[in-house]
Design a protein around this ligand. Structure first.
Ligand SMILES: [Fe+2]
Length: 324
């Protein structure tokens, strides 16, 4: 321990469980040390050196689980979590609630990058993440309880996308989807609103009714999303369906193609329900978040013909198992 930090900086806490032995973390790790009534951040592991087992063991012996990273290194720490996600999620020493937080935080940062810059490199990151998320959901018994607890209720396109992928994958698992399909459709769920990157934020965040012209532009986002995916050259197949069809209604009143129930892919019908549910349970610029029960009641009373009725019943049963 050396190099006492005297500069005025802000730090955020990270857990010991998130740091893997013998990895280079990429950002300096600090301890918060109290001495004679004053606290200071002390450098514990330099970002360009390996986090060795001796360092971990010393912390375990002293029962220290909370370390710190400078705020300016937030991005580097997120990148570290993302590239070490499989190791973190399969580590039995990391608590289930902490894993869920790491999964959710990593997804949010990654999708923020995808929506800011929807290029091949970032789109591939979303696919890698989707695979890790499904492995975690299939392996970890407590994944659903913990993930459902932390889904964000503030609406941003990227947090909404994380919510849809998380709730959608858990629901897909309960509906018996196999692992291969879950992995490809999870990527589609993460990217289902990718086409919104082509729509002005003035329209997306408009606080009031949309004009016909504005709604016409919004309706372009499923095809725009599929187009971005094609242009990125990322070699996807099934992912397109979720992006293209998530606003199709079972009664044919949806967009972009006005498909009927039997023409809409099973997973697109599933995402359609989760998409509506998450939008209702999340705070929007024009309305406060609704309670899960009220949201389901509203879908049942006002959108019953547009959703797959049997699937909606299954979704209500699925949520009932977690939210009572
Ligand atoms: Fe959408």
């Amino acid at each position: 321990m050396n190099n006492q930090n005297k500069m005025k900086r802000d730090f955020f806490p990270v857990t010991l469980g998130s740091l893997k032995t013998d990895t280079v973390i990429g950002c300096d790790i600090y301890l918060l040390v109290s001495n004679n009534g004053t606290s200071s951040y002390v450098l514990y592991c330099k970002g360009d050196t390996a986090f060795e087992n001796d360092k971990r063991e010393l912390l375990v012996r002293k029962n220290i689980n909370r370390l710190f990273v400078g705020n300016e290194d937030q991005q580097k720490y997120s990148e570290y979590l993302e590239s070490n996600l499989p190791a973190i999620l399969s580590d039995e020493k990391v608590k289930p609630a902490e894993k869920a937080k790491i999964v959710y935080g990593t997804a949010t940062t990654m999708l923020n990058d995808v929506f800011t810059e929807p290029v091949h490199k970032n789109i591939v990151r979303s696919q890698t993440f989707a695979y890790n998320l499904i492995d975690y959901i299939l392996r970890e018994g407590k994944a659903a309880d913990n993930l459902l607890k932390i889904t964000s209720h503030d609406y941003y396109t990227y947090t909404h996308s994380v919510n849809v992928a998380t709730i959608g994958s858990l629901f897909a698992k309960s509906m018996g989807l196999n692992e291969k399909d879950m992995k490809s459709f999870c990527t589609g769920m993460l990217l289902h609103d990718l086409g919104k990157t082509k729509i002005s934020s003035r329209i997306l965040n408009k606080n009031g009714p949309l004009t016909d012209d504005e709604f016409k532009k919004i309706k372009m986002h499923p095809e725009a999303g599929a187009e971005i995916l094609r242009e990125s050259g990322s070699g996807f197949n099934d992912e397109y369906l979720v992006i293209l069809q998530h606003h199709e209604n079972c009664d044919g009143s949806g967009y972009p193609h006005g498909l009927k129930k039997e023409e809409i892919h099973y997973v697109s019908r599933l995402v359609h329900i989760i998409d509506i549910y998450d939008a209702l349970t999340t705070r929007r610029s024009y309305s406060p978040p609704k309670k899960p029960y009220d949201s389901l009641k509203l879908i049942t009373s006002e959108m019953y013909n547009s959703v797959d009725k049997e699937m909606l019943k299954s979704f209500i049963r699925f949520l009932g198992g977690y939210r009572g």
